[in-house]
Design a binder for this molecule. Structure first.
Ligand SMILES: Cc1cc2nc3c(=O)[nH]c(=O)nc-3n(C[C@H](O)[C@H](O)[C@H](O)COP(=O)(O)O)c2cc1C
Length: 168
C-alpha cells in the first residue's frame, strides 16, 4: 500500500474479531512507526502503554464512554507524553503525530484502529488503574486489532474552500 492509499483508506474501526492475537513483530513495526514521528526539538517525549490484559482492558473500556469495542480489539495503546522530556508544552502535538503514524502503519499491515480521546478530560482517570507515574500523561488511546467488518469510505473530503493561498 502506498502512502496516498494508506492515508485515504484508513478509517476508524469499531468492529473487531474477538480473540485475535497479533504477532509481536507486527506490534513492534507499528510502535516503531510511532517513534519515527516528528517532534518538537526532536525530544521524542512519547511513551506507549500497551494494554492486552483482558481484565484491565475491560476496566479501561468501562471507564471510557466511547470505547465499547476495545475488548474485542484485544489491545489498547495509551499514547502518553513524558512531561519531563517534552519541549515547551508541545508534547501533545508530538504524541498526536506519533498516533497518526501508528494508525497508518497498522492499516498498512491490515489491522484496524480507532483513536479514543483521553486529553483533555480523561487524563487523570486511568492513573491509578495503570499505575502511571506523575510525569506520564496519557493523551490518547488507540484500539488496535483485526477488523471484522469493512468500514464504509466517506464522501470526498477535499474541499477547496478550506484552502487559502498567501493571505486570507
Ligand atoms: C481527538 C480524537 C478523539 C476521538 N475519540 C473517539 C472516541 O472516543 N471513540 C471513537 O469511537 N472514536 C473517536 N475518534 C474517532 C473519530 O470519531 C473519527 O476519526 C472520525 O469520525 C472520522 O472518521 P475516520 O477516522 O474513519 O476518518 C476520535 C478521534 C480523534 C481525532
Amino acid at each position: 500500500m502506498n502512502t496516498t492509499e494508506a492515508i485515504l483508506t484508513r478509517r476508524s474501526v469499531r468492529h473487531y474479531e474477538a480473540g485475535f492475537k497479533m504477532p509481536e513483530s507486527d506490534l513492534t513495526t507499528i510502535l516503531r512507526a510511532g517513534m519515527y514521528a516528528p517532534s518538537a526539538m526532536n525530544k521524542q517525549p512519547w511513551e506507549f502503554l500497551v494494554v492486552t490484559d483482558s481484565v484491565l482492558l475491560t476496566m479501561v473500556r468501562d471507564n471510557h464512554p466511547y470505547a465499547a469495542f476495545l475488548t474485542d480489539a484485544g489491545m489498547g495503546i495509551f499514547v502518553c507524553v513524558d512531561l519531563s522530556k517534552e519541549y515547551n508544552g508541545m508534547g501533545i502535538m508530538d504524541v498526536s503525530m506519533a498516533s497518526q503514524n501508528i494508525m497508518l502503519q497498522a492499516h498498512d499491515l491490515g489491522y484496524g484502529t480507532c483513536y479514543c480521546g483521553i486529553y483533555p478530560d480523561r487524563c487523570e482517570e486511568f492513573n491509578d488503574l495503570l499505575k502511571l507515574p506523575e510525569h506520564i500523561q496519557p493523551i490518547g488511546l488507540i484500539a488496535l486489532g483485526k477488523p471484522s467488518k469493512e468500514v464504509k469510505q466517506p464522501e470526498e473530503r477535499y474541499n477547496s474552500e478550506l484552502v487559502h493561498f498567501n493571505q486570507w
